[in-house]
Design a protein around this ligand. Sequence first.
Ligand SMILES: [Zn+2]
Length: 177
Amino acid sequence: MLQKIKPNIWKFSFKKFGSYVYLIKLKRKNILIDTGSSDNIPELEENIKEAELFTNNIDIVILTHNHWDHTGGVILFPDAQFYASKKDFGENLIDISELNIPEFKIIETPGHSKGSFCILYDDVLFSGDTIFHRGTIGRTDLPGSSKKEMEKSLKKLSKIKYKILCPGHGKGTLSFY
Ligand SMILES: [Zn+2]
């Protein structure tokens, strides 16, 4: 399902379990944040069409962290450049520190996973599985999680000013991968 968040930002959500996917159309580049689970691939493809793009029009895919419910759709984008944290993905992808999009501010927020980060774009915060709506937060009982790191990250985020929160999951449920 497609939801317009701003004139150039869309949120994709799916019938089967998987993270939300966000599409940001910048002047020169089309960017996706996360890709949902592999169960969502047909719907993801359809949503991109509804947003008047083809999958090969996606220039950049940013993965907020390395969990299967966020990375399952990557095979749809063989031509895209993938950015993520080396702390989560090793050398397989371009490290997020090398992302050259001045409009995007990357905020490292380890805790849910070692390499989790959030992206601030204008007054929108894409928060992956670090924070969700209604004050809920991502799990810290998974491999690579750290409660202590999460506390530090939450403190960091509390100082960030934004108006719209775009998390990886919704409805205030606590339990995610
Ligand atoms: Zn996760």
